[in-house]
Design a protein around this ligand. Structure first.
Ligand code: KG4
Ligand code: ZN
Length: 334
């Protein structure tokens, strides 16, 4: 097909991301702004502040991305944006900017499902997997195992019945008094601790399906951390045990999914995919069954515009028929 350049815009939560993907040359460049400092004082993402900051940052990031790639808006052939899931107000910023640009330039716009962006992000790496593969999607909002047969061809194998993996990391971090964003902070503390000193459950480890549950784990952490005699210096050991429990279940279910599908390629996507303990355990388990694990580049693990531009480009390359934007848009927070 013709060479196309797709601008990607991500504003679903607390990062503003912009990127340009070229169907011939690959990712031309991307820019990211994290709102971590903005929300830190509140211990979590404040939706209203997130929306306002996207409004403030997006024009600047657009300009920076164009400068970085040596392009002007006229060189862009289509605009992909995150339509959901995410925070409604935050999603509206990216979608309204994308559709307004689409109308002004007379080019098509592509609403992208945020999880599809994560799911396809490992294909952006230098040594990408080929379809079909099993995907383990572990973000702040979702925990899913999927069989991915091609672009747009996804079969859900199982998912969390309560908290998402990232949510469990974040809530557990908060319970033991760690600052936002909890997941990476807890992971860092876990490095200093020893798992096994405190005993936490491995929820649904033997459930014989591909579903997960993390809320009981969080409750068990609370029980341990509030027991008499639990001291602040015990937190590293508890964090290590929590991480070991979460990782053990994720690895076991991912391997069971590979076996079930008869596949040897596992793709890991979403913010928790940045967790080094998870990566080490997945690599070790996969090596035993002569399987391979593919990760997105570390900087593309969490939310970013590159995965959205790429997902849009993949859909265009797969032959999806698109028309110039009519300016209408709908976000899907859920
Ligand atoms: O994919 P993502 O950026 O946003 C969502 O779509 O949710 O994922 C964010 C989640 C947060 O819950 C964050 O705490 C978690 O990923 N996370 C981590 C690590 N880095 C990010 N969890 C565990 N270990 C990490 N190193
Ligand atoms: Zn995400």
């Amino acid at each position: 097909g013709p060479i196309m350049r797709v601008l990607g815009i991500e504003t679903s939560c607390d990062e503003t991301g912009v990127a340009v993907y070229d169907t011939d040359k690959g990712l031309l460049g991307h820019r990211l702004h994290s709102q971590i400092d903005l929300h830190a004082a509140y211990g979590g993402v404040v939706p209203e502040l997130a929306s306002r900051d996207h409004v403030r940052r997006l024009p600047l990031l657009l300009r920076e991305t164009l400068a970085l790639t040596g392009l002007s808006m006229r060189d862009v052939d289509a605009i992909a944006y995150t339509a959901g899931p995410g925070l409604a107000g935050a999603l509206l910023v990216g979608s309204s900017v994308a559709e307004a640009l689409g109308v002004a330039l007379g080019i098509p716009t592509l609403p992208v499902h945020h999880l599809e962006g994560h799911l396809l992000s490992p294909l952006l790496s230098a040594d990408p997997p080929a379809f079909p593969f099993v995907a383990l999607l572990v973000s702040g909002g979702h925990t899913q195992l999927m069989r991915v047969s091609g672009v747009g061809d996804y079969a859900l194998l199982g998912e969390t019945v309560d908290d998402a993996a990232g949510e469990a990391f974040d809530k557990t971090a908060k319970l033991i008094g760690l600052p936002y964003p909890g997941g990476p902070v807890l992971a860092k503390l876990a490095l200093e601790g020893t798992p096994g000193r405190f005993k936490l459950p491995r929820p649904m480890l033997h459930s014989k399906d591909f579903d997960f549950s993390f809320s009981g784990l969080k409750t068990a952490v609370l029980t341990t951390a509030t027991a008499p005699g639990f001291a602040p210096e015990d937190r590293a050991d508890l964090a290590a045990e929590f991480q070991a429990a979460a990782v053990e279940v994720l690895v076991a279910k991912a391997m069971a999914a590979l076996r079930h599908c008869g596949l040897r390629q596992l793709v890991v996507a979403g913010g928790v995919g940045a967790n080094l303990a998870l990566r080490a355990a997945l690599d070790a388990a996969a090596a035993k069954r002569k399987a391979r694990v593919f990760y997105p580049e570390l900087e593309l693990c969490t939310d970013n515009g590159a995965m959205i531009a790429f997902a849009g480009a993949m859909r265009l390359m797969a032959g999806e028929q698109v028309e110039a934007s009519d300016g209408r848009f709908a976000v899907r927070p859920r």
